[in-house]
Structure formats: structure tokens, C-alpha cells
Unconditional design. Sequence first.
Length: 86
Amino acid sequence: MTKITNGIFIAQFFNTAILILIVNAAAGAKGSVAYMIFRGRYLDYTDQWYSLVGYAITQTMLINAFMPLINETIAVLTKWYNVRSD
């Protein structure tokens, strides 16, 4: 169980914190290897960055925070409904 939990944490951290930043980053001078890899739209943190990338990070964090509760609630209600209709 610990290995599964740690694996899920690492995957969510990569998806939430690292991948979104890497995809939207523009790094390096034109013609450099870094420029060819990081072709994002934002050179620095701007208002547009926060409205697009910051929103995506926040939305992902909120979904990750509340989905376990929602899934558990759905499982309990489904079990209750199946017992009630039996």
C-alpha cells in the first residue's frame, strides 16, 4: 500500500507541478537546444500565465483534493441503494 501511495503521489506531483510548467515554459536563446525543447508561450510569470497555467494547476489540485471524497460517497450511496432495493 505504501508503494502504491508513493507512486500516486509522484505521478500527481509530476502532472501538477512539473509537467504543466515545462509545457508552458519558453527557455533559452533562439537556436539553442533549450529553446527547441521548451517552446512554451511564456518567458516569465505574467497575468496571462496566471490566468491560463495558474488556473490549470489550481483546478488540478482541487480535483485531486475532492475526488477521493466524491468517489467514497458514490460507493457508499451505491451500496446503500443496492441494499435498499433488494
